[in-house]
Design a protein around this ligand. Structure first.
Ligand SMILES: NC(=O)c1ccc[n+]([C@@H]2O[C@H](COP(=O)([O-])OP(=O)(O)OC[C@H]3O[C@@H](n4cnc5c(N)ncnc54)[C@H](O)[C@@H]3O)[C@@H](O)[C@H]2O)c1
Ligand SMILES: [Zn+2]
Ligand SMILES: [Zn+2]
Length: 367
């Protein structure tokens, strides 16, 4: 079928919205009609050419939500009419990692996905007979996409898709960092560095886990205001003295849990140093620049602080994204404040401009 999609033709150039060809789903795949899609930093990172593993041409977008229109042979977990959220982090439920409760990093299709292909090593997207690669197994800046069944979370039909799409990446990453990676305990003191989509999600996750004190640190007063709305009990303007301030307010010990959601290695270091001696856990969610390293004085670790990373918040997508969406429907998570701008597919480059200007948390494309 012919579909309209935003194609990255050349790194550093605006995306070009155009007609491309989308083939039928093969076994294990589903055709999804996109209804909404968030614009995320990772799309911009690839479009800019900064990502060394990026490729072009490709249809970008990975924060999609839509309706299943058709399924290939053998597909059992989604059917036409189902509402789905795309998963750049799939869950096959069979590989060594999927069978372990300790990680969400599914091994099933990593190689093909990283190269821009569906699991059988080919693309469904093309133009004049030439394949166009898929992006993060999703390619959701498009009217339709074909995705592997294992990369689709089947969510409640009651959830508005313009909100559900945020669970495809940033929001679940933040919520999950607190709920599934750190497993914040009730009564804890938490410090979240960064109040973008990921940090705000982490604030909400800490609240859902019953944290007593949730400090959010950012440079932007507007974003700190949003953090208060998500449950932050304290909001601080970021500066070089943040670590000292955390120590001063915790009898010199540090916070039970710290979260880094900025992508800055200097802030990651602050997050490590703000974690409590004895048992403080620092969860790193930000993606640092290529070649950057995190400086940690080993004494911090010997005295009981721990550091861990979190990809997609440790969320096992097919099992847990529907649960997170249900908590939203139950009124536990307030998603509306994150949707700052509503755009059409033709305005996709405007979404990147707004992001670069730090205007709002998320732009959502409506199809
Ligand atoms: N681990 C994952 O699976 C995953 C998924 C999505 C995004 N990410 C990464 O998470 C990070 C955050 O993503 P986002 O969408 O929330 O980004 P964002 O740019 O919207 O938010 C980052 C926030 O950090 C704040 N900040 C900047 N300097 C600071 C400082 N010194 N101290 C405190 N705050 C500071 C900014 O003001 C901004 O509000 C990025 O690095 C992104 O690539 C990771
Ligand atoms: Zn993303
Ligand atoms: Zn797996």
């Amino acid at each position: 079928m012919q579909i309209r999609a935003a194609v990255l033709e050349e790194f550093g150039e605006p995306l070009v919205v155009q007609e491309v060809e989308l083939a039928d789903p093969e076994p294990g795949e589903a055709l999804v009609r996109l209804v909404a899609c968030g614009v995320c930093h990772t799309d911009l990172y690839t479009a800019s050419g900064a990502d060394p593993s990026g490729y072009a041409p490709t249809v970008l977008g990975h924060e999609g939500a839509g309706v299943v229109e058709a399924v290939g042979e053998g597909v059992t977990s989604v059917a036409p009419g189902d509402h789905v959220v795309t998963l750049f982090s799939p869950q096959c439920r069979e590989c060594e990692h999927c069978r372990s409760p300790r990680t969400n990093l599914c091994l099933a299709i990593r190689e093909q996905q990283n190269q821009g292909y569906l699991p059988d090593g080919t693309a469904r997207l093309s133009r004049d007979g030439e394949p166009i690669r898929h992006f993060m197994g999703a390619s959701t800046f498009a009217e339709y996409t074909v995705a592997p069944e294992i990369a689709l979370a089947n969510v409640s039909r009651d959830a508005p898709l313009e909100h559900a799409c945020l669970f495809a990446c940033g929001l679940s990453t933040g919520l999950g960092a607190a709920m599934f990676t750190a497993k914040v305990e009730p009564g804890s003191t938490c410090v979240v560095f960064g109040a973008g989509m990921v940090g705000l999600g982490a604030v909400a996750g800490c609240r859902l886990q019953g944290a007593e004190r949730i400090v959010c640190v950012d440079l932007s007063e507007d974003r700190l205001e949003l953090a208060r709305g998500q449950g932050a009990t304290d909001t601080w303007t970021a500066d070089a003295d943040t670590v000292q301030r955390v120590l001063d307010e915790t009898r010199g010990f540090g916070a039970d849990y710290t979260f880094e959601a900025t992508g800055l290695v200097s802030v990651m270091r602050q997050a490590v140093e703000s974690a409590r001696m004895g048992w403080g856990l620092c969860t790193v969610a930000g993606v640092a620049g290529k070649g950057e390293t995190l400086d940690v004085v080993p004494r911090y670790l010997i005295t009981g602080r721990r550091v861990c990373g979190s990809s997609f918040g440790g969320v096992k997508g097919r099992d847990q994204v529907p649960q997170l969406v249900q908590r939203y429907l139950d009124g536990d998570i307030d998603v509306e404040p994150f949707v700052s701008h509503r755009l059409t597919l033709d305005d996709v480059n405007r979404g990147f401009e707004l992001m670069e200007a730090k205007d709002g948390i998320r732009s959502v494309i409506d199809f």
